[in-house]
Design a protein around this ligand. Structure first.
Ligand code: FE2
Length: 350
């Protein structure tokens, strides 16, 4: 009798263990009950949230979002290691995505959809990350004091005629590192270094502030020309602060190197994390964002260009005109980053 009771007890206990085991497994693999994708993103736009909702409606996959600053999200992913909840990382700049890949935080995926929607030069050569939006790093000039016919190339900004007139942020910023990395690729190290040195000689002030602050300094008369990313002009023109709108209205965009090597472009993009618990859902999520229906919404939320060649940019971006871009793979921005940082230090670009 005692034996039978013990046996019953053991059977029940064993069943509970089995049940618990199954439940845990189902959750971690995103089984039918609760399909999820956990996203770490540096983006914080309402339009993104609408898209996530649409994704959930279409696929039944719930999107959990953790927002943060680009570098902080990469650090967090690194710190959490294989315990991370994150399935997808979305950050700005190919140099940063390359860094996340180099730190072994991303995994390569196979996706015909992504290969079709994202041009080859805008994705990682090992499929660890994919560009989702595109921006140019351009010349923004004072409408009052600069005639665009005086402008031509990035190289020309080192001409003594621009002495004390150029505004650009610090070299510790990834955007400038990627810009110089592209010059290393296209013109070689020596010429890239010469350019950086020449630009420092023409600076209106020691680098300070972010991209938007350079446009503000142009309007304040500290200099005539700023180097900045295209979407910041969109942000200024659409700002809730009337002072910022005024700044946006007093400057204009010039796309450099149209007759030579093309304007420097960069991306914001996404990758599946190395330890993703929901890899399949993560791939579906990135695929969704690369598709025509999502691309214009996703890009427009931050005044960027879609990467999908079948999707047109917004009216504002179209009004700036089409432009020729550098003909290099953005993989090179990450690969040349270390040398770019060294050059900045050698020539003392603060
Ligand atoms: Fe930015």
């Amino acid at each position: 009798m005692k034996k039978k009771l013990l046996l019953t007890f053991l059977t029940v206990a064993f069943s509970i263990v089995l049940l618990v085991g199954c439940t845990t497994k189902q959750e971690s693999t995103g089984g039918n009950e609760e399909k999820v994708v956990n996203v770490y993103t540096s983006r914080h736009y309402d339009a993104d949230k609408e898209l996530y909702k649409l994704f959930t409606e279409e696929t039944g996959i719930k999107v959990n979002v953790v927002e943060g600053k680009d570098d902080e999200l990469i650090e967090r992913l690194d710190r959490e290691g294989e315990d991370t909840e994150a399935d997808v990382l979305i950050v700005a700049d190919a140099g940063r995505l390359h860094r996340a890949k180099s730190q072994d935080l991303l995994q390569s995926v196979e996706s015909e959809v992504l290969n079709k929607n994202v041009p080859e030069n805008l994705r990682d050569k090992d499929n660890s990350w994919y560009g989702l939006t595109k921006r140019g790093r351009v010349i923004v000039y004072s409408k009052d004091r600069v005639n665009p016919s005086e402008l031509s190339t990035y190289e020309d900004l080192t001409n003594p005629k621009w002495k004390g007139k150029i505004l650009v942020r610090s070299s510790s910023n990834t955007y400038n590192q990627s810009l110089l990395a592209s010059f290393i690729e296209i013109n070689g190290e020596d010429k890239a270094k010469e350019w950086a040195k020449g630009l420092v000689d023409n600076m209106a002030r020691e680098p300070e502030g972010n991209d938007r602050d350079q446009a503000k300094a142009v309007v304040a008369g500290e200099g005539d020309i700023a180097i900045m990313n295209t979407y910041y002009l969109g942000k200024l023109l659409n700002s809730s602060d009337p002072e910022e709108v005024k700044v946006g209205e007093q400057v204009s965009v010039f796309f450099p190197n149209q007759d030579t090597t093309g304007t420097h472009i960069n991306i914001s993009g996404a990758g599946v994390t190395k330890d993703a618990n929901n890899k399949e859902n993560a791939v579906k999520f990135i695929e969704f964002l690369s598709q025509e229906k999502a691309q214009s919404v996703f890009a427009e939320a931050n005044y960027e260009y879609p990467v999908n060649p079948n999707v047109e940019p917004s009216e504002l971006l179209k009004s700036w005109g089409e432009f020729k871009t550098q003909d290099i793979s953005l993989n090179k921005l990450g690969e040349n980053n270390k040398r770019a940082v060294e050059i900045f230090n050698e020539i003392s670009w603060k």
